[in-house]
Design a protein around this ligand. Structure first.
Ligand SMILES: CC(=O)SCCNC(=O)CCNC(=O)[C@H](O)C(C)(C)COP(=O)(O)OP(=O)(O)OC[C@H]1O[C@@H](n2cnc3c(N)ncnc32)[C@H](O)[C@@H]1OP(=O)(O)O
Length: 438
């Protein structure tokens, strides 16, 4: 289990901090709905262009674009580069695509932060995108091998021989799955395990899901999501989506109670309502050092104080514990504690995962059982996910990280507050936490 590194600095680039200057995102759309006809590179292009249009900055000043994408398309897996080639950005800008499962765009931001601290880039666009609607079913390996043999065959006889190797089962397409290759368990099954292990009941999960939907709906009404851009959609791109379409302002615990559990149909508690949905969308942030922002006359939303990443042995521990393991390290690096946080944003893969993590945070024995020295502390729900989270807004895997960075930075700015934490679990037992300051 990862332990805080006591030699860590207390803040990143203390004399010339890394600034989050701006952030944008598309509305998040349930898979196979509004963005059915969009692909990853075009969704990414839309947010990159919007960022350039909103910030008064010469595109020539962008040194690098880094994007996260979990399910990268086979016909252009470096989505970042495809975005540059399709956007208003100058084509000479280098671009890359990173993968840290659900934390991918937060990790893209980390890569950008590191480049700025090293001085290898001065202005970075970091973001992420996911299009579950574009995820393709694959040929089986047996069929792929046979088709390769056919294409290499020199004569009709060899071609027929290659084709004769194909078994009936090989013809079945393999659907993209959200399963851990190591454990064979889906994310939903891990959420069920977590709910059972930490005693998080169905009612508690549904009540949390109701809260997150209602908060997100209220946030739209109060204008708290200026980062959300309108996007054209539909077969002829003649309709406009302006808000996340998973959001249900009218959802109630009573309605949710009627739903059957999905991942453990007999004894489970995780349902379509208390899980984040499969989602399409993109988000991006503009990063630069404080001094650069000042020179360009730009007012940063917030600065990066620290970050930390962890990996969990998922054969011993639940894979959705990332927030519990990564947060103490980010706090120690920033020289702060939970009590100092004005706002906390936790990615909501599932209501059960959020509730289990915050239950562990306040319990010394549970924290020590996971190798931590002490309890992290008790979360104040009035300052936690104040505008809702992934269960309501949706969770395009590659885009949630920079959605969280923008949302937290924006809310710190609006409330004129000083410190905020964002924290994420990710598949593979990964976790990423980041402390922002003003
Ligand atoms: C680190 C990480 O982030 S891991 C997380 C990774 N993400 C995941 O694993 C994704 C998990 N989610 C999923 O796989 C899917 O969303 C599922 C399987 C849970 C649900 O998928 P679907 O069954 O397609 O959901 P669907 O939208 O059809 O909803 C099912 C029903 O619940 C209802 N429902 C959903 N949400 C609500 C709500 N908030 N209130 C009331 N009813 C609701 C729907 O109306 C629908 O009802 P109907 O059958 O009468 O039409």
């Amino acid at each position: 289990m990862a332990k805080p590194n006591s030699n860590s600095p207390t803040a990143l680039g203390a004399n010339d901090r890394v600034a989050i200057v701006a952030g944008v995102r598309t509305p998040f759309a349930r898979a196979w709905t509004a963005f059915k006809h969009w692909n990853e590179a075009d969704l990414g292009r839309a947010v990159a262009n919007e960022l350039l249009n909103r910030v008064d900055i010469d595109p020539e000043l962008i040194d690098e674009l880094i994007f996260g994408c979990v399910s990268a398309p086979m016909d252009g897996p470096n989505v970042g580069r495809e975005i540059v080639l399709r956007s208003q950005l100058p084509k000479h800008i280098p671009a890359s695509t990173v993968q840290m499962y659900c934390a991918s765009s937060a990790y893209a931001a980390v890569q950008g932060i590191n480049a700025l601290l090293l001085g290898t880039s001065e202005v970075v666009i970091a973001g992420g995108v996911e299009s579950m609607s574009s995820a393709r079913a694959r040929f089986s390996l047996g069929l792929s091998h046979a088709l390769q043999d056919v294409s290499r065959a020199r004569n009709l006889q060899d071609r027929l021989k290659a084709l004769s190797q194909i078994k009936a089962g090989d013809l079945l397409p393999e659907q993209p799955a959200i399963e851990e290759p190591t454990t064979g368990k889906s994310m939903g099954e891990s959420a069920e395990d977590m709910a059972k292990l930490y005693g998080i009941g169905r009612q508690e999960q549904d009540a949390y899901a109701e809260l997150t939907h209602h908060r997100a709906a209220a946030a739209y009404e109060s204008g708290a999501f200026p980062e959300v851009m309108p996007v054209l959609h539909g077969e002829n791109f003649d309709q406009v989506i302006e808000r996340d379409n998973n959001l249900r302002a009218d959802t109630t615990v009573e309605r949710m109670a009627r739903l059957k559990p999905v991942f453990d149909r007999r004894h489970g508690t995780v349902t379509a309502a208390n899980a984040s949905p499969l989602t399409d969308g993109a988000s991006a942030v503009l990063l630069m050092r404080e001094s650069r922002a000042k020179k360009l006359g730009l007012t940063p939303m917030a600065f990066v104080r620290s970050y930390a990443q962890v990996g969990i042995d998922i054969q011993r521990h639940n894979l959705l514990l990332g927030p519990t393991l990564a947060t103490p390290i980010a706090f120690e690096r920033a020289g702060v504690s939970l009590n100092d946080m004005d706002l906390v944003e936790m990615h909501e893969a599932f209501a059960a995962q959020v509730l289990a993590n915050i239950k562990i945070w306040k319990d010394k024995d549970l924290c020590q059982g996971l190798g931590l020295d002490e309890a992290i502390g008790e979360v104040n729900m009035d300052t936690f996910n104040v505008h809702g989270g992934s269960v309501a807004l949706g969770h395009p895997f590659g885009a949630t990280g920079t959605r969280l960075i923008t949302q937290l930075a924006g809310e710190l700015q609006r409330r004129d507050k000083n410190l905020g934490l964002l924290t994420m679990c990710a598949a593979g037992g990964l976790g990423l936490s980041m402390v922002l300051e003003r």
